[in-house]
Design a protein around this ligand. Structure first.
Ligand code: SF4
Length: 273
């Protein structure tokens, strides 16, 4: 594996890493201490808003290929304290290799957080019990039909929330702070008052926060981003309901900083297209 290209902007570094068999995956370095790594080439979950999943899965990355993204970034002079399994792919669908990489990173003293759709649920339950440093459960919809539209391959919302609740009930309030619901706000799709109300209810019931993400528009995908005003309005709506809401950080909203939805924009050399 080797770094093929490094693209810099003032806040992030995007590393295009080429595998031995000529696929390109991407890692994003942000906040001056965090590396977001990919776990698969393409993604079988095929979320309709995400360019990574547009063409499905090409193949899983091996544990060494996941670890090598870190080693190559380190060799490139980057100081890394945190690993986010938030790049291309659903970590739970390459679970054996992701777990091996996870334990390697932990042995190096790195903190590891995850973004996951919770699919498959048995692996999700196992993840909840690992010594991770944060899990963002990518819900993105609060009603089943909408979730099917956005995340076609996954478990029913209620199953994921039930597994999460069972786990959270065993934790102290301090530990619950490591968990969030990730909600990608898409204009006219999942941003109605009714949906935000339901989202607030879910977060309240679980006793965890919401990571409200602003959608970055992607070529070939027809969804639209909310305006800054609409985004702020949704944020205030949830906040007024007493929910701890975090907004997309300024790193994520940059052109090369949007783990998951943006980096995959550039998954072009995988099949020559
Ligand atoms: S958002 Fe995540 S799970 Fe969904 S297709 Fe993209 S990479 Fe896969």
């Amino acid at each position: 594996m080797k770094i093929e290209e490094v693209i810099n902007d003032s806040l992030n570094k995007l590393l295009e890493v080429k595998t031995e068999d000529s696929y390109t995956v991407e890692s994003v370095y942000y906040r001056g201490d965090t590396l977001c790594v990919s776990s698969q080439v393409g993604c079988p979950v095929r979320c309709s808003f995400c360019a990574s999943g547009k063409d499905g899965l090409y193949r899983n990355l091996s544990s060494s290929e996941i670890i090598n993204q870190y080693l190559l970034a380190k060799e490139d002079g980057l100081e890394i304290k945190n690993i986010a399994f938030a790049g291309i792919g659903e970590p739970l669908l390459n679970w054996k290799n992701v777990k091996e990489a996870f334990w390697y990173f932990k042995e190096q003293g790195l903190k590891c957080s995850f973004y996951t759709t919770g699919f498959p649920i048995d692996n999700f339950k196992e993840l909840l019990n690992l010594p991770h440093n944060g899990i963002n459960v990518s819900l993105h919809a609060v009603f089943e039909d909408k979730r099917k539209q956005l995340i076609p391959h996954g478990h029913p919302i209620e199953d994921i929330l039930a597994a999460l609740k069972d786990h959270l009930d065993t934790l102290s309030n301090r530990k619950k702070k490591m968990y969030n619901i990730a909600y990608l706000l898409i204009k006219g799709i999942n941003d109605s008052k009714e949906e935000l109300e339901r989202l607030a209810e879910i977060a309240q019931k679980l006793g965890i926060g919401v990571s409200l993400l602003k959608y970055n528009e992607i070529e070939r995908i027809p969804y639209r981003s909310t305006s800054d005003e609409e985004y702020e309005k949704a944020f205030l709506f949830l906040k007024e309901k007493g929910i701890k809401v975090t907004l997309s950080n300024r790193y994520r909203t940059r052109k090369i900083g949007g783990c998951g939805t943006l980096m995959v924009n550039r998954l072009k050399s995988a099949k020559g297209g």
